[in-house]
Design a protein around this ligand. Structure first.
Ligand code: PLP
Length: 283
């Protein structure tokens, strides 16, 4: 799958060439808009309800009215997946603000899922640190410049992700949530300072069900040498271990046992949640 056959624009299926935003739209000068990225496997949108609730929360933070109810969004998603015959993809959803009295517009389309090299999961990925923070961090807004610049710097030196910090503490990855393991406890920065990731939320439930100690805590940059393990989470990556930060090994530089355990728990949950029987395309 390269370009989709159709993009949904407020529920109307249009060719990708028509899926555009005028230069006058405040999405361009102002980044006034919100978005979501969801994983689709076997025709099942993983945690669709949670993504749509977050979409509404992000829009609320920006005081951007959504163009339809969440139930209507679910219908638009099912339609665009069916017309593109895209049972396995990453689903992108943008809602951009109205300009000059025009309508608020939601664009939804499938794109190929990024296949990260298996070695990143087997041996861990390199990350860098980057000072900066997203504006309105609880919202998944189109204002992603700090994410873009930090990730570009990471990629330029062969690292996979940039870990953002501000005021002496880590917040999140450029487009991921951050977790550190210190003395057998999994720690992640508090939700107020970060995007509350859907993957992060699933991990909290899985940890609680499986007696893994997982808590929110301030992760001071100066405590980095105390970290035994580190990993990041996101919809496209699931759980990815981080084994070097700024060229220095995290712990012993290997993927740690708690990271491996959570990876296995998450993959089992994902496989079950997206099993073929749950497919929206077969309903
Ligand atoms: C800044 C930021 N934090 C965290 C995440 C992870 O969120 P999710 O697990 O919902 O994909 C993302 C995803 O793109 C992100 O952009």
């Amino acid at each position: 799958m390269g370009l989709p056959l159709y993009v949904s624009r407020n529920g109307v299926l249009i060719p990708p060439s028509q899926a555009s935003v005028p230069i006058f739209n405040s999405a361009l000068y102002g980044a006034f808009g919100v978005y979501e990225s969801m994983q689709v496997a076997n025709g099942v949108v993983f945690e669709q309800g949670a993504h749509l609730v977050r979409l509404a929360r992000s829009a609320g933070i920006l005081e951007l009215p959504l163009p339809a109810s969440l139930a209507t969004f679910e219908r638009w998603i099912a339609e665009v997946l069916a017309v593109n015959a895209a049972p396995d993809c990453t689903l992108r959803l943008f809602v951009v603000g109205a300009e000059n009295g025009g309508e608020v517009t939601a664009f939804i389309w499938p794109q190929p899922t990024v296949a990260y090299p298996p070695a990143l999961y087997a041996h861990g990925a390199p990350a860098i640190t980057f000072e900066g923070q997203r504006f309105l961090p609880e919202a998944k807004s189109l204002n992603t410049l700090v994410s873009f610049l930090s990730r570009r710097r990471a990629h330029a030196i062969g690292a996979h992700e940039a870990l953002l910090h501000h005021g002496g503490a880590f917040t999140e990855g450029s487009n991921s949530n951050l977790f550190a393991v210190i003395e057998g406890i999994v720690l992640t920065p508090p939700a107020e300072a970060v995007l509350s990731g859907v993957t992060r939320d699933v991990l909290f439930s899985l940890a609680a069900e499986n007696d893994v100690a997982l808590r929110e805590a301030r992760l001071a940059v100066r405590d980095l040498p105390r970290w035994d393990e580190c990993f990041i989470t996101s919809s496209t990556r699931h759980i990815m271990p981080i084994t070097t930060i700024d060229g220095r090994p995290v712990g012993d530089g290997e993927v740690g046992p708690l990271t491996r355990r959570l990876m296995a728990l998450f993959e089992a949950y994902f496989a079950q949640a997206t099993a073929r029987e749950a497919s929206v395309l077969r309903r």
